[in-house]
Design a protein around this ligand. Sequence first.
Ligand SMILES: [Zn+2]
Length: 700
Amino acid sequence: MTQPKRYTITAALPYTNGPIHIGHLAGVYVPADIYARYLRLTGNDVAFMCGSDEHGVPITIKAKKEGVSPQDIVDKYHAIIKQSFLDFGITFDNYSRTTAKVHHDTASEFFKTLYDKGEFIEEITEQLYDAEAHQFLADRFVVGTCPKCGNEESYGDQCEVCGTSHNATDLINPKSAITGATPTLKETKHWFLPLDKHEAFLKEWILDGHKKDWKPNVYGQCKSWIDDGLRPRAVTRDLDWGIPVPVEGGEGKVLYVWFDAPIGYISATKEWAEREGKDWEPYWKDKDTKLVHFIGKDNIVFHCIIFPAMLKAEGSFILPDNVPANEFLNLEGNKLSTSKNWAVWLHEYLQEFPDQQDVLRYALTANAPETKDNDFTWKDFQARNNNELVAIFGNFINRVVVLTNKYYNGIVPTPNEFSKVDEETLATVKAYPNVIASSIERYRFREASQELINLARLGNKYLADEEPWKVIKEDEARVQTIMYITLQIASALATLSEPFLPFTSHKLKGILCFTQNNKNENDCHAELVEASHWDDISSKDTLLPTGHQITKAELLFSKIEDKEIQAQLDKLETSKKANEAANKETEPQKETIAFEDFTKLDIRVGTILEAEKMPKTKKLLVLKVDTGIDMRTIVSGIAESFTPEEVIGKQVTVLVNLAPRALRGVESQGMILMTETPEGKLVFVNPDKSNEVNNGLRIS
Ligand SMILES: [Zn+2]
């Protein structure tokens, strides 16, 4: 496409059955936001659309489990998700929701258009039916073996292991997710989108048309589906949560969530256009509009095959120019999982790292899963912050601002003659907007973020080489030039960092006294100047004019300490242990014993009166216990769970007639009864506290 007239950018609609985590941010929303911000900075007309995906089976399952309505579930998570996006500076032009009326109307109309054009196949088919629940089963209501890869826990609509999308009836050995029953087949009428009919078009459009510009992972997945042969896909469901099928015979049925969800991009655009007094249609129907879908790899089939087939069948819409799907982000070597709480939740991150949105945005971009699955580690997060944002970007800006204030009271000095190094440095700065833009336009956001840091690195190196703090003693005129140049670099960074580090960019523009709504403006004594536009950096010789006054230094980033990282690792360790505990099976019962065997055990109530650590051991405490019979020494392996102070005075149960044995030279005369939780925590088994029990009482 030659220069588009406008851009429609969509980010995958998050599914509203839980909050969002770093995987979502890294895979979809941060790259989409970088792209949208960059396009706006370069003067483009942009519609950046998203919203909550609020229909579908998982929401009804969650609602059933929690005893609330599906609407309650989506209201709750829509609010949480929307807030997270705001907090992280994701600049959607509209964040809508699929339960909105505008969406119901738009999706309904879209279906009717296709129906009227005869684009659907209407068929009475046998579908899986749960007789116990009196309900047809589709999508996530069914679990069974994937016909392609053999995964035994594949869902009815898609296998999460191999990514294949299929019909519920394709599953081997299906089971109802509601009752666990084996479903029977029952006849029902549905509408199907005949994907096979669109095969030739998809082949030509994707396999021939986008071989070079689509990412290899996206192209490869599409090719594999098309090569496997496309089949009709049902676009309606027997369900009561969703958009009612708007044609005769559709009673009690709704549109399949994957039919209505992508139409959500269109309804979000309509809602926005209405609000802004614009016309929505050019954003979806003008061939000079560039449409780009940002998604995760699990959504490729829907955005590259099914939705384009729907748009093509409708006839008046444009098709996506690109679908730069990312691979998955893992966390500390394991797959992110909502149910296992193996995640970094955005709302929790902000409580633990307040005002450090940019650090996470940056760490996720610098390590984005663009070409393969990638791992997020807290150590890498810390290193990205400390070694790149603090040591390079922050350090450069801080030195420039401090020195300008020190030498020139914050006023941009007049440069004198430029040296060869000065000329080269300024020329290199001028090249950066194009370098970064080229990476962004090819959806290489990691590369782009590294180029931004390279610009700060250039500034740092220039300062280190020119050493104004030394030169000031003998050649004041030279320092004016050096500081003038570093201020131009700082100014370029303020603009070029905006897509990646929007909060930092805003702060820096405040420090440099650019025109913006900013608390710093009060500290800017001289006149404010406008921040340079992206393209000005290449075309203008001066970004920050001589005589302009900047304000005082303010730290842009702060070092993240080891203990903050350890706290995060400990938190994950707790999740891991809880998961292991949940998976741990209860030990099977031991062999039965005779009553006489039991009566041989003499178990008494006792009280620990003294306790001290056994020297040179980690695990052992030497206890003095009042058993009611006598005062005796018992060695107990509880020192890793309790300090001596914690156990003194504790009433416990003691097996008193256990044969004495020597441990590290101390004779232990009995055993304190304990249990161990699955997390490995030791717990005393002691008499009910509400009753007074004397030492020496027998337990039987
Ligand atoms: Zn599979």
